[in-house]
Design a protein around this ligand. Structure first.
Ligand code: TLP
Length: 342
């Protein structure tokens, strides 16, 4: 039985051309900054993101957590959306690795306003409170279903961060999807942030790796911390080559994934037993609520039929489109869903 895997865009496998780039990669010891391919990737990514410097890290989680660690001291606080990845899916690392706490604000589809943030910034005189240090947003927003932030809302938060001398961090794991869907460049978004983390191993199809970017000073400190946390890597040009290939070749094609997600979402919307907000389907993630059975039951029944999907927000299911599923696969997925949810 052919299996259609819509659990995540992380499941993609490197294409032949990407593997060739990996095979051909020049390598050196990256701890000594002597891996030419890693150096090329970091320079290319820094340019694309409009930042002074960038650092290749093993995962998006390490990327976000390194950024938070460098930006904060123990007892500090990070304001972010209640459904953000750093709050739900990074194993409590802000507390465990940096001794900081999260102040979650309740966004709509993962997006919140500066007006919600200003009242919860702690007064600097309140010595008995955590110190607000960072505002963090996620673009696109995973748990909210791949939603895109408007530049206006980002700019308002950036101004607020400046006003209160706070850091502004972007979890841009899927910033490429936001850029392609909105028609804005990646740096149209990233220019508002001091620090950015973004993934090469999701929709872009690289097997591993993320990039963090910011000022030279910030990256120098993050480079120290990456080593301290065991994330220093050696002849890692073989995987950096995949990341470089992904950035150069796989961004524009994300529109195909977005179209497939729309096709899937529209079909699901026609089923009696599905609650879906079509407005939230803006990129490659389709988040929907089954009304006839529990999400676990649906996941199990889909699996029996050769379709893999995952759990999303509480009570929701998540299907993610990516380069290893084509329109025929999506049509087959719709048929399976029809059997189970129609
Ligand atoms: N997200 C994964 C899971 O952890 C949920 C997925 O399948 O979508 N930021 C965002 C917005 C993410 O969606 C993810 C991964 C990360 C950070 C962390 O990246 P990795 O998995 O490389 O640590």
């Amino acid at each position: 039985m052919q299996v259609i895997d819509l659990r995540s865009d992380t499941v993609t496998k490197p294409s032949e051309a990407m593997r060739k780039a990996m095979f051909d990669a020049e390598v050196g010891d990256d701890i000594y900054k002597e891996d030419p391919t890693v150096n090329k990737l970091e320079e290319y990514a820094a340019n694309l993101l409009g930042k002074e410097a960038a650092l290749f890290v093993p995962s998006g989680t390490m990327g976000n957590q390194l950024c938070l660690n460098v930006l904060t001291q123990p007892h500090d606080e990070v304001i972010c959306d209640i459904d953000s990845h750093i709050f739900h899916y990074e194993s409590g690392s802000p507390a465990a690795l940096s001794g900081i706490q999260i102040y979650p604000v309740i966004g709509k589809n993962g997006i919140f306003d500066a007006e919600q943030v200003e009242p919860v910034i702690r007064p600097t005189s309140a010595y008995y409170m955590a110190r607000t240090k960072v505002i963090e947003i996620e673009n696109t927003h995973n748990r909210a279903g791949g939603t895109i932030w408007s530049v206006d809302k980002i700019e308002a938060l950036s101004n607020l961060a400046k006003k209160y001398n706070l850091h502004f961090h972007l979890d841009g794991a899927r910033i490429w999807n936001a850029s392609v869907a909105s028609g804005l460049t990646v740096s149209d978004y990233t220019k508002y942030f001091g620090t950015v983390s973004c993934c090469l191993s999701k929709g872009l199809g690289a097997p591993i790796g993320s990039i963090i970017a910011g000022s030279k000073e910030f990256i120098t400190e993050a480079y120290r911390k990456r080593k301290a946390w065991g994330g220093g890597m050696r002849q890692v040009g073989v995987i950096a080559a995949a990341g470089l290939y992904a950035l150069k070749n796989n961004i524009e094609r994300l529109t195909d994934d977005h179209e497939n997600a729309h096709v899937l979402a529209k079909s699901l919307n026609e089923f009696e037993n599905v609650d879906i907000d079509l407005e939230s389907v803006q990129t490659n993630i389709v988040s929907f609520k089954p009304l006839n059975k529990s999400p676990e039951q649906i996941i199990a029944e889909c699996k029996e039929n050769g379709l893999l999907i995952g759990a999303g927000n509480v009570g929701y299911l998540r299907a993610v489109t990516h380069m290893d599923v084509n329109t025929d696969n999506i049509n087959s997925a719709v048929e399976i869903f029809k059997k189970i949810l129609g």
